[in-house]
Design a binder for this molecule. Sequence first.
Ligand SMILES: NC(=O)c1ccc[n+]([C@@H]2O[C@H](COP(=O)([O-])OP(=O)(O)OC[C@H]3O[C@@H](n4cnc5c(N)ncnc54)[C@H](OP(=O)(O)O)[C@@H]3O)[C@@H](O)[C@H]2O)c1
Length: 284
Amino acid sequence: MANKILITGATGAIGKALIKDLQAKGIPFLAGTRNVEESKEKLGLSDELVQFSFDDPATFEAATSGVDKVFLLGPSMVLEMDQLITPFLDFLKSKGILKVVYLSALKSEHMGPDMSFHLKTEARLAKEGFDYTILKATFFAQNFKNYEWDNITQRGITFATAGDGKVSFIDVADIAAVAATVLTMEGHSKKTYELTGPETLSYADAAVILSEVTGKTIVYPQPSPEQYIAVLKEAGAPDFVAVYMNSVYSVIANHHVGFTTNDVEQVTGRKPNTLKSVISHDFA
Ligand SMILES: NC(=O)c1ccc[n+]([C@@H]2O[C@H](COP(=O)([O-])OP(=O)(O)OC[C@H]3O[C@@H](n4cnc5c(N)ncnc54)[C@H](OP(=O)(O)O)[C@@H]3O)[C@@H](O)[C@H]2O)c1
């Protein structure tokens, strides 16, 4: 009987939290990764791990063996992410696996024309008749750990082109808890949830929290997009990275995400975690 959930992006920030939730609920799943051997230790899994790459259709059949639902997460820093994912969606449709929970981004429609991959994937899920749920998540609280760790610990800064805009950073564990619920409970078909943390904060506010938790002075230099491009170029990052990140941060700078929603609590029954609690945990 097909009753497993395939988790794509299983080794990523949300994927790891979703695995824990499904394990706690006793729900069978497969964890997709491009490198099964490497992921064994990282995830502490063995039998559930399955070779999966959006780039390699040869992996699709085994990765969906016994699967009737998919948690769909595309990788960051891929501008044509919708094109990367499309062959897999076509495969799912041909196999009759229509229940898909897709991780999108809050207010991505304001990130600029080159960043339309989430909207295109959402539109495709609707057009192709999937039994979808869309999770539009705002900025992850874990970005400070996963992407800004060296800046914070070595340079005493948090570096983003977010201007003086505010954002309600969300704990990836809260996103995973919503995903686990909508994947396992009825009543979430064809719904879109806007997932935020409990409070709106500027990057200057986040720097104060980072300072309190680390005991070091962390500042937010509020770079312009041009300064950001120059600094990343100097550091040797490929040009598109700064352009991509400036587009992402522009939704904060342009005040599109300075709000909170009740969607996490509505779906999971509990309030989302604060940035301070996540950072305190991450820096412990
Ligand atoms: N960061 C934010 O604040 C934020 C906010 C809203 C939405 N998002 C969205 O969240 C997504 C990224 O989530 P995340 O930060 O959890 O990801 P992540 O930690 O960067 O992990 C990405 C995952 O994708 C997998 N992956 C990479 N290339 C792949 C491929 N070709 N085929 C199959 N799997 C592949 C990797 O697994 P393996 O290496 O094991 O294969 C990894 O588990 C993006 O779609 C982004 O737009 C991010």
